[in-house]
Write a protein that binds this ligand. Structure first.
Ligand code: ZN
Length: 113
């Protein structure tokens, strides 16, 4: 399986998010579970301004998470797209969306062109 390039994994709990995701920042994340020392991606997402807050909203739906901070929402979006294409997570029914009017393009496919 491809490497997500994210840090973790960590348990998807309030305590764990508070401990490991202490900055308020744009970020990308993957949710899933660990089996035989491998992390299986069930869902990928991003936040344009507060990745920790977004992670809190997923508690109970997945067991573990990985994440990384990004200096811009656009960088987080591009990482989200790459993970989406590398792992085809079952929880993502549609391609990651971009903010209206942003003009951002997926770095992998031509969906926005
Ligand atoms: Zn794409």
């Amino acid at each position: 399986m491809a490497n997500s390039g994210l840090r973790g994994s960590y348990p998807l709990t309030n305590e764990s998010i508070k401990e490991y995701v202490s900055r308020t920042s744009a970020g990308a994340y993957a949710l899933g579970y660990v089996k035989d020392n491998s992390f299986y991606v069930g869902y990928v997402g991003r936040s344009d301004n507060d990745v920790a807050a977004r992670l809190h909203s997923h508690i109970g739906r997945y067991k573990r998470f990985k994440y990384e901070y990004y200096g811009s929402a656009k960088a987080a979006f591009e990482k989200e797209c790459r993970i989406y294409h590398d792992f085809s997570p079952g929880g993502n029914k549609v391609h990651p969306d971009r903010p209206n009017g942003s003009g951002w393009k997926c770095p992998v496919c031509n969906i926005f062109q």
